[in-house]
Write a protein that binds this ligand. Structure first.
Ligand code: G6P
Ligand code: MN
Length: 444
């Protein structure tokens, strides 16, 4: 059986241990030959690398493990790139959340003005990484978890169309797993129909093995209070995610019929989401004080003891999802996954030339979207607004065009006026001098 070389770009991320544990438990099906972690932060990388080396030595001692800040050194001979970068780190995520809140706007890492800022940092970095991946390993697949997925995917299609890149998100699958649990079924025994954009989608049917759609009854049970949607088997048991999953019930009450993705609450109830926030302590602060601290403490402890005896191999949906997709590509399994892909008619009444998030068969030749057909006016209208925002934001970034950036934010559903769009844009530009493209207003 072929053995694979995998490179994790953004290897010093707190998500790396979950992915590496997943690689260990999946090694029978996706045998590893070499694992390389690449990151721009050498200090964090040394800690993560040291941890991963000890973990691998215990479970898969034949696998070569290394880490480097040098892409040229790491990239040749790669089969899969797993990319999970966050330019500016959690410190900059904190600004993405706090700056919009100052103007009464949604402060979220991927939605609204904060997501725009994240995209303006991520897109240039991703384009460089993907160009290098194509240069050094043209046959490799690039599986991307970096956010904001939709805009990164649009940007890569424009700037590096030759790349075999696939943008993935663990939210649809996390909700599927959760909904399966609510229904008392195994996830693999159900087929989910889903459509939308990344962090902006809906489940429209859930079929069981007999072809019966369980979604209408599930919606009824949710509305009548007989079933709740917060049961969640993933690691995300922290209060934010509990609260977020409760939001599904509220949104289903407002717009029954489909089951929405959790992120839609930032678009339906921006004012309420802002009111809930503490502008001094946002999600980024919580993640820095908890996940980031805990993961690195665990790594340092393992390095100090040169042993991983206490570390469990249990991992969540996030780590396994990217590996399942890699397996489906490597062995042409044509399994069904929700991914971001050029629409090209999958949603028949939506723009063809843009990226949508829909179920696809994933195999060695790439992805084949499964036809969704026509979507209703409500969802279509929302998606058209959001997609127009995304396209303008991506063009603004690639063309360094302030006017397009302002148009993008003015179109964003979480921003009620051009005046506020300009204020928040100008402060984000000021705050991101070392990351953003060179945006210069012409007439202000
Ligand atoms: C989900 C989303 C990711 C996002 C993450 C943030 O997994 O699909 O795109 O990055 O949540 O979670 P956090 O715990 O960092 O707020
Ligand atoms: Mn996501």
């Amino acid at each position: 059986m072929k053995k694979f070389k995998i490179v994790i770009v953004g290897g010093a991320s707190t998500y790396t241990p979950g992915i590496v544990k997943g690689l260990i438990t999946n090694n029978d099906e996706l045998p590893l030959k070499e694992l390389v972690l690449v990151d721009i932060n050498g200090e964090r990388l040394d800690i993560m690398g040291g941890f991963v080396r000890i973990l691998m030595a215990k479970y898969l001692p034949d696998v070569k493990v290394s880490w480097t800040t040098n892409r040229e050194e790491a990239f040749p001979g790669t089969d899969f790139f797993f990319v999970q970068i966050r330019p500016g780190g959690l410190k900059q995520r904190e600004q993405d959340e706090k700056i919009p809140l100052k103007y009464g706007l949604v402060g979220q890492e991927t939605c609204g003005a904060g997501g725009f800022a994240f995209a303006m940092r991520s897109i240039p970095a991703m384009v460089e990484i993907v160009k290098d991946a194509v240069k050094y390993s043209p046959e490799a697949w690039i599986l991307n978890y970096s956010n904001p997925e939709s805009m990164i995917s649009e940007a890569l299609n424009r700037a590096v169309p030759e790349a075999k890149a696939l943008c993935l998100c663990d939210m649809p699958i996390s909700q599927e797993v959760s909904l399966a649990k609510v229904l008392g079924k195994g996830h693999k025994d159900l087929t989910f129909k889903y459509f939308g954009l990344n962090h902006f989608g809906w489940f429209s049917a859930i079929y069981d093995k007999d072809g019966k759609d369980l979604l209408p009854q599930l919606v009824k049970d949710i509305l009548e209070g007989n079933k709740n949607t917060i049961d969640h088997v993933d690691i995300k048991t922290d209060p934010y995610w509990q609260e977020t999953f409760k939001g599904i019930i509220k949104m289903t009450k407002y717009f029954p019929g489909f089951i929405p993705l959790t992120y839609l609450q930032y678009y339906f109830f921006p004012d309420e989401m802002v009111a809930k926030e503490n502008p001094e302590y946002t999600r980024a602060n919580f993640v820095m004080d908890h996940r980031e601290k805990e993961v690195f403490e665990e790594c340092e402890e393992v390095i100090k003891n040169s042993s991983v005896s206490d570390s469990s191999l249990l991992t969540g949906v996030h780590g396994n999802y990217i590996i399942d997709i890699a397996k489906s590509i490597a062995f042409d399994k044509k399994e069904r996954f929700v991914v971001n892909v050029l629409n090209e008619g999958a949603i028949s009444n939506f723009r063809e030339d843009v990226v949508v998030e829909v179920p696809c068969y994933v195999g060695s030749q790439g992805v084949e979207p499964i036809a969704v057909g026509k979507i209703p006016t409500f969802q279509k209208g929302l998606m058209e607004m959001e997609k127009s925002y995304e396209v303008l934001a991506v063009e603004a970034c690639l063309e360094e065009d302030y006017d397009k950036a302002l148009k993008a934010l003015t179109l964003n559903l979480t921003i009620p006026s051009a005046g506020l769009a300009k204020k928040v844009l100008d402060e984000l530009i000021e705050n991101n001098k070392e990351y953003f493209p060179d945006f210069k207003p012409r007439y202000f």
